[in-house]
Design a protein around this ligand. Structure first.
Ligand SMILES: Cc1cc2nc3c(=O)[nH]c(=O)nc-3n(C[C@H](O)[C@H](O)[C@H](O)COP(=O)(O)OP(=O)(O)OC[C@H]3O[C@@H](n4cnc5c(N)ncnc54)[C@H](O)[C@@H]3O)c2cc1C
Length: 437
């Protein structure tokens, strides 16, 4: 696409959601301009595990094989006491024949993979150092004002999608800086990338530790042939501490949490980043020609991996809606349906399940967890029943929704599985965590 052309869609943000949307739309011949404020793709330690409905979105975009080749398929996900005692778990290898099984790849690597695939498309342009600072729209078009090293400019499109993350300027301009219904947890988390021989201590691929003070999660990020590799450790911290205070406490936390109580020098710490955690969703994911998707629209705490998984499902849905309009198969009301359905999925699945996932780690007595925690009890009840385990691990497919059913007078065209039609329960209590965090 020539830089002077007006694209049909502007996507704000070259994170995973923006890059995936750009790639998917471009594969349908739609012109897309992706605007990224930073000079390069983000490299902070965040998502790594993508559940079945996210794998489906990556498959629709034609990149899941590359994700599996360069990443890996995690096997056991389990819950333990701080001393390592195994409580309950599930075996993802039972889903080995399922093309939409859980996948693992550090987010920075996924971003680069999506970027590589996106820029191969002739109708995609990605502009770094393009920071959106203002937005507007009228009957015929929408626009963004952008700051660039060469000065300010106004860029127009038929639709503009805010994929600009939790601090989204698009959302803040639509609703105001402080209007994001929901709440912030008083607990904070610290995410680290670390090399330490957890495999020698019998750790599985993803391990959640239940403890009132030292609750945490240790999950593989990369897997070498000898079983070694990088691991993500994300742990809970008390609220109110500054970034510097949190970072200063890291050696004490690792010593208390890790088997062998290591001191600095006995592990390799490649990245550390404290995060506040939130449960929030915008009042609507559509305002005229502006759409919101993924973290720009809604966020949740990362335990159980529902953040980007939910975000990538938004993207597949929005892709279906925009393609429907572009190809004359749907009218604009499909965008209201997008907002209605995606918000409902957040409220009935992402928010309650991610809340349970994190509370499970620090609000109960680990000694009594097997007696009291209905989720752990369910895992143990189905531990020898492979069919039930598979059904449970597929339950996050309930996040999906087939928007092509709202095309004018058309049957479903994408062959995309609508869990509601395929008999996968969407009952909240039956939806499994989809990833390590
Ligand atoms: C510690 C941690 C672990 C996590 N683990 C998982 C996991 O295992 N599985 C999972 O599903 N989710 C996980 N998540 C959540 C996941 O990382 C996020 O949901 C995901 O990164 C959101 O992607 P996004 O594309 O919506 O936004 P982002 O990744 O935040 O990308 C937004 C992009 O927009 C750009 N931008 C911002 N403002 C502007 C502007 N004004 N103009 C132009 N560009 C702009 C930013 O620079 C950025 O590149 C985790 C989160 C954390 C914090």
């Amino acid at each position: 696409m020539a830089s002077s052309d007006k694209p049909w869609v502007i996507v704000v943000g070259a994170g995973p959601s923006g890059l995936l949307l750009g790639l998917m739309l471009a594969k349908k011949g739609i012109t897309v301009h992706i605007l990224e404020a930073a000079a390069e793709l983000d490299d902070s330690p965040r998502a790594a595990y993508y559940g079945p409905p996210a794998a489906h979105a990556l498959r629709t975009a034609g990149v899941i094989d590359e994700v599996r080749k360069d990443g890996f398929d995690p096997v056991i996900m389990c819950w333990r006491k701080l001393d390592g005692t195994y409580l309950a778990g599930m075996d993802n290898s039972l889903m080995n024949d399922d093309p939409d099984r859980l996948a693992c790849m550090p987010l920075a690597q996924l971003d680069r993979l999506l970027y590589r695939n996106a820029i191969e498309q002739p109708t995609v342009q990605v502009s770094f150092n393009h920071k959106v600072v203002e937005i507007g729209q009228d009957e015929n078009k929408a626009w963004v004002d952008v700051e660039t090293p060469e000065g300010s400019k106004r860029l127009e499109a038929t639709y503009i999608v805010g994929c600009d993350g939790a601090n989204s300027i698009v959302r803040r301009k639509l609703y105001g800086d402080w209007e994001w219904p929901g709440y912030t947890w008083k607990e904070q988390i610290v995410a680290t990338n670390v090399a330490y021989p957890f495999e020698k201590y019998g750790y599985d691929d993803a391990n959640f530790f239940i403890h009132p003070e030292h609750w945490h999660m240790v999950a593989r990020l990369t897997k070498n042939a000898d079983g070694s590799g990088w691991w993500r450790c994300s742990y809970g911290e008390i609220g109110g501490l500054t970034r510097e205070e949190l970072i200063a406490r890291q050696p004490m936390k690792f010593k208390a949490m890790f088997p062998g109580s290591p001191d600095p020098g006995q592990y390799d710490l490649a990245a550390i980043n404290p995060y506040k955690i939130h449960q929030r969703i915008a009042d609507s994911m559509r305002v005229g020609r502006f759409l919101l998707a993924a973290d720009a629209a809604h966020i949740c705490n990362p335990f159980g991996g529902l953040g980007l998984t939910g975000g990538l499902v938004d993207i597949e849905g929005l892709y279906e809606c925009l393609v429907g309009i572009y190809e004359g198969k749907a009218d604009e009301s499909i965008l209201d349906k997008y907002s209605e359905v995606r918000r409902e999925k957040y409220k009935t699945i992402v928010d309650p399940i991610s809340t349970d996932n994190v509370k499970r780690l620090f609000t109960q007595d680990p000694e009594k967890a097997l007696e009291n925690d209905s989720f752990l009890k369910l895992l143990n009840d189905i531990k020898d029943d492979h069919a039930a385990q598979i059904e449970f691990m597929r339950s996050p497919m309930a996040l999906m929704y087939d928007f092509t059913q709202h095309y004018k007078g058309e049957e479903t065209t994408t062959g995309h599985s609508d869990p509601a039609k395929n008999g996968v329960s969407s009952h909240v209590e039956q939806v499994a965590p989809v990833g390590a965090e």
